[in-house]
Write a protein that binds this ligand. Sequence first.
Ligand SMILES: [Zn+2]
Length: 372
Amino acid sequence: MISEERIRSLAAHRGHPVVTSCYLDVDGRRYPRHVDYENHLEHLVRRGKERSAGLGPAAVRSVEADLDRITAWVRGGFDRSRVRGLAFFACSADGYFEVVESARPVRNEVVINHTPHVRQLQSLLDEYERFAVVLVDRQRARLFRFELGGLSEHTEVFDAVPRRHESGGRSAANIQRHTDELAHKHLKHAAEVTFEELQRQPLDHLILGGPHEVVSEFETLLHPYLKDRVAAQLSIMVTASPEEVCQAALGVEFEVERQREATMVSRLRDAVGSGNGGVAGLEFTLRALVERRVDTLLLSDGFEAPGWRCGSCRFMAVRGRGCPVCGASMQLVDDVVEQAVEEALTNKCRVQIVRENADLDVLGRIGALLRF
Ligand SMILES: [Zn+2]
């Protein structure tokens, strides 16, 4: 599980000669077969070896051993129903090996440095949208809270309400009315408890589940703050197992994420089209980043491109070699997109990896919504 504490402790480690940091996207919703993400891992291994090449024989040996161990770990298998991203931090020379399993997908990346490269973990923690699920029927309410895609908390409310009466007659009708009143009181109580629980720790999206008519009544009783955050109504039993709740919540989460990607890409398309507030394509996006004008960087998942980076003023460009800003000789980098993402994260820009939207590909696979 990812936490501030875990990230701080990873970041504090210093490895000799170097630490290999490797992120691997293993999201089963996009990579149903092992071979789909193992190909990406092979690519990362090659790249990691290339990057260690200039760092001396001790570093080359250590990185090679790190990458072997990471590959063995991945091939050894893990719980794919729960894990969608993996982060490895290794330094074989001093016996250091840490694995972080994330319920959220990560961006494939390999970094060789003196300390673990924790920036992706940090941005996962910062960007994560919090979900809660409330299941209700006429007697029970169960509240589940999710942190970073995993189930973290569970609260139960139970109000004894007699069963609905099926037989006829006047007194039966009275009993029925009384029972309905009690059920209504129970739902009100459940709505209050839900509000208190979610006031304690705020959330972004609420998912409701249970018999349709009960859920509809419950929704009208929710505080407006919660009503505004209802993302979906699911037909899931109030007695569902935590595993069923988790799967249902992940489905909604996936949909919400896709919707957010589509909204961002359409904002970008409009901004680029009107020539106001957005740029698209690698060249213009790099320029906007260097000029610190970027608010949100959008890029298609898996987009890579070679480019140039200035060692003295950090300018990034599609073409080299002379730096147009300071005149220094720029260095050729195998993936300038990765450098752009790093630059964006350093400058506290938001970074949105777009996974399920072809419209961004049409715009050049990368773009930015601008601050000014
Ligand atoms: Zn320069």
